[in-house]
Design a protein around this ligand. Structure first.
Ligand code: ATP
Ligand code: MG
Length: 372
């Protein structure tokens, strides 16, 4: 803020003194948007004027004196008050102290007194505003962290109990189980460990992304090969209930993108498409490259549960999960990571959805990305 343009409101019922202060303040380079003659009028207008400081006569006539008015300003608006005092009795002075004023100017005043007191009050009020902001940010982060911990620990429980259960079975009934059953339980353990590893990976990635520390290293990549092998991987994981297909149009063999981030983007979009189609179905992954427009367009279409309208605008927010997920598990981190990864590529992501019919996500990325 430009200190010389600070807005100062005067509340003083003796007009001659008020005008004298106003003139002095303007000479010193401050703005004086108004002079008020009573506390009530001041409180009426304060929201509109939004001064940086109020110079307040302690002994105001009317039903409310300056001290009471200052108390309200402090509680309701956090606007700093500097008192104007003449011969004030000690009881009033004591009350005034309790409102934590930013200074006193004793009448009759010198221009220099006003200048010093106002400058100190402005500096202190700015410092305090900074601290208040930092505290708020801190509180937000603390809340986010708590939320984080509770979700993540909840998500860890399921794979952990799977591991415990399968390992227990193998330990106690190992020789009575068929080879086939043994393999099933060993696979369950491996899947559970993979789930936990993925979760940890998401947590670390979103942590980096939120701190703007997600790195962006574009390299030459054949998108056609990349996407089709991703689809093959996903088909293996998803099983027979799903038909995941890939098609591509245009020349997509020569792009410059960050492969690690691309993996985050499309693993999550494909796994969402599968996860939110609990009855199985078709998932289509289409890639279209338009070298003339220098973009690659990726579409992932499913026939799943869809996204309710009221959830759509929050979908990319960290931890947000739609109201229709039922007992499908998830942390709500995936799309937040996707969004960060798309933005690092200077691309964009949109979606279309109909509840009960399905969802299509469209990602558009520049074919040749460069890190800045
Ligand atoms: P994870 O962090 O494990 O990915 P998640 O899948 O719940 O958990 P996101 O991928 O961020 O989290 O998705 C956020 C929410 O968006 C989901 O919880 C779900 O409600 C909704 N959603 C995302 N993709 C789809 C989809 N293809 N169909 C229906 N709903 C979806
Ligand atoms: Mg997901």
């Amino acid at each position: 803020m430009d200190m010389s343009k600070a807005k100062i409101l005067i509340v003083e019922d003796e007009t001659i003194i008020a005008l004298d202060i106003k003139r002095t303040l303007i000479n010193l380079g401050y703005a004086v948007p108004a002079v008020m003659t009573s506390a009530e009028k001041m409180l009426d207008k304060i929201g509109e004027i939004q001064p940086d400081i109020v110079l307040m006569d302690i002994m105001l006539k009317g039903s409310m004196d300056g001290v009471e008015a200052a108390e309200r300003l402090r509680k309701l608006y956090q606007i700093p008050v500097v008192y104007l005092t003449a011969h004030t009795d000690s009881k009033t002075l004591q009350r005034a102290k309790e409102t934590e004023p930013y200074g006193y100017i004793v009448k009759p005043f010198e221009e220099q007194d006003i200048y010093t007191t106002v400058e100190i009050a402005l500096a202190r009020s700015q410092a305090e505003a900074k601290i208040r902001k930092a505290l708020e940010k801190e509180k937000e982060l603390r809340e986010l962290k708590n939320h984080f911990i509770s979700i993540v620990s909840h998500e860890f429980r399921t794979p952990m109990s799977t591991i415990l259960f399968s390992a227990g079975l193998l330990e106690n009934y190992g020789n009575k189980l068929s080879e086939e059953k043994k393999v099933t339980h060993l696979q369950r353990i491996q899947t559970a460990v993979k789930q936990m590893t993925n979760l940890l990976d998401s947590v670390l990635t979103i942590g980096k992304a939120e701190a703007n520390k997600l790195e962006f290293h574009p390299t030459a990549i054949n998108l056609e090969n990349f996407c089709s092998s991703l689809v093959e991987e996903m088909q293996l994981i998803a099983g027979e209930k799903y038909d995941i297909s890939f098609s591509s149009q245009g020349d997509c063999t020569n792009a410059l993108m960050d492969e690690y981030l691309l993996r985050h983007i499309f693993c999550n979009l494909l796994s969402n498409a599968v996860k939110y189609s609990p009855n199985g179905g078709k998932v289509k992954f289409q890639l279209t490259c338009e070298p003339s427009q220098q973009v690659a367009v990726f579409r992932i279409q499913d026939e799943g549960i869809g996204i309710p309208p009221e959830d759509r605008k929050h979908l990319f927010e960290i931890f947000h999960r739609a109201s229709n997920v039922g007992n499908i598990s998830g942390t709500g981190l995936g799309l937040a990571i996707v969004k960060h990864s798309v933005e690092l590529h200077k691309g964009k992501i949109t979606f279309d959805s109909e509840v009960g019919k399905g969802t299509t996500f469209t990602v558009t990325l520049p074919l040749q990305s460069h890190s800045d």
